[in-house]
Ligand binder design. Structure first.
Ligand code: NAP
Length: 286
C-alpha cells in the first residue's frame, strides 16, 4: 500500500492487557459488495481498526480489504459481533468459527455479544457470555466484550470469570447514555460509542455548527473530537471517501473545556436515543 502512515491514533488500554485504537471505521449498512473498497479507502487514510458484525453480512469484504492492503494482520484491529440468532452455545461456536472463515483470519482482536436480547433465550445471555470466554481462552478472540448491555445485564455477568473488556453502546451528543457509561467506567469496562454522530442527525445542530465555524472544523469533526476527549472509542461509518478522510483528522486540534460543556448539555436523555432500546430489542435476522 502506498502512503502508509504512522498512526496518529491514541490507544485505550483494556482490562485484559490489550490495547485498542481509539478511532476506527464502522461498516454497518455498507452493502457487502461495497465493503472492501470502503475499507480500503479507510486503511489508506490511516485507520487501523475496523468494526464489523456477523449481522452486517460484510465480514468477507473487511477481510478482503485487510489482505489487499499488504498490512500485517497484527497492525489492523478487527472487531466482530455474534448475530442475534446464535446465542445458544453450540450456535455461537459455529457462528464464531464462520466469522473467522469470512474474515480469513485465525483470530479477531475483539468479539462481542451484539445485543443482550433479554426477552429471548429465557433471558440467558450468561451462557452466551461463558461461550465467548472459551473463544478468549483458546486465543481465537484476543478480547471479548458486549454491546448494548444495560446496567442490569452487566450486573448479571458478575458471576462469570471475565469482566467484558468493552461495552459498545449508542452514545452521541443527543444521547449520553450516562447511566450505562458510568457503570462501565466504574467497573473497568471501556465504552465504545456507536452511531457517534447519531447517523448524521447531530450535524445540523446549532451548537456544533457554531463551534465548528469558529475553529475551522466540520460539525462531524467537532462531535467526534468531543468523543475522543471524553475517552470514548469511536468508529464512524461513511462510504464517502472525503468524509472517511475528514473523520480521521481529529488529532491536530482540541476542544476547549467550555465547548465540551456546551456539547455535554445537548444530552436529551432517553428522548435522544435513536436506535432500538436494548431492553426490548428482539430482532433476529431471518
Ligand atoms: N453495536 C451496535 O448495535 C451498533 C449499532 C449501530 C452501529 N454500530 C457501529 O457503529 C458504527 C457507526 O455507527 P453508524 O454507522 O450507525 O452511524 P454514524 O457513524 O453515527 O453515522 C453514519 C452516517 O453519517 C454519515 N456521515 C459520516 N461521516 C460524515 C461526515 N463527516 N459528514 C457528514 N455525514 C457523515 C454517513 O453517510 P455516508 O456513508 O453517505 O457518507 C452515514 O449516513 C457502525 O458502522 C457500526 O460499526 C454498532
Amino acid at each position: 500500500m502506498s502512503n502508509v502512515r504512522t498512526s496518529t491514533v491514541p490507544t485505550i488500554d483494556l482490562n485484559d492487557g490489550h490495547a485498542i485504537p481509539q478511532l476506527g471505521f464502522g461498516v454497518f449498512q455498507i452493502p457487502p459488495g461495497d465493503t472492501a473498497s470502503a475499507v480500503s479507502v479507510a486503511l489508506e487514510a490511516g485507520y487501523r481498526h475496523i468494526d464489523t458484525a456477523e449481522m452486517y453480512g460484510n465480514e468477507q469484504g473487511v477481510g478482503e480489504a485487510v489482505r489487499a492492503s499488504g498490512l500485517d494482520r497484527a497492525d489492523v484491529y478487527i472487531t466482530s459481533k455474534l448475530n442475534n440468532g446464535f446465542h445458544r452455545p453450540d450456535d455461537a461456536r459455529r457462528a464464531f468459527a464462520q466469522t473467522l472463515v469470512e474474515l480469513e483470519t485465525d483470530y479477531v482482536d475483539l468479539f462481542l455479544i451484539h445485543w443482550p436480547l433479554p426477552t429471548l433465550y429465557d433471558g440467558d445471555y450468561v451462557s452466551t457470555w461463558k461461550t465467548l470466554e472459551e473463544f478468549q481462552r483458546d486465543g481465537r478472540a484476543r478480547s471479548i466484550g458486549v454491546s448494548n448491555f444495560q446496567v442490569e445485564h452487566l450486573e448479571r455477568l458478575a458471576e462469570c470469570d471475565v469482566v467484558p473488556a468493552v461495552n459498545q453502546i449508542e452514545l452521541h451528543p443527543y444521547f449520553g447514555n450516562s447511566e450505562v457509561d458510568a457503570y462501565d467506567r466504574a467497573h473497568g469496562i471501556a465504552t465504545e460509542a456507536w452511531a457517534p454522530i447519531a447517523q448524521g442527525k447531530v450535524l445540523d445542530d446549532p451548537v456544533l455548527n457554531e463551534i465548528a465555524g469558529r475553529i475551522g472544523k466540520s460539525p462531524a469533526q467537532v462531535a467526534l473530537r468531543w468523543h475522543i476527549q471524553r475517552g470514548n472509542i469511536v468508529f464512524p461509518k461513511s462510504t464517502t471517501p472525503a468524509r472517511i478522510k475528514e473523520n480521521f483528522e481529529l488529532f491536530d486540534f482540541e476542544l476547549e473545556p467550555d465547548d465540551i460543556e456546551k456539547i455535554d448539555a445537548l444530552d436529551r436523555g432517553e428522548a435522544g436515543r435513536n436506535g432500538p432500546n436494548p431492553d426490548t430489542m428482539a430482532y433476529v435476522p431471518g
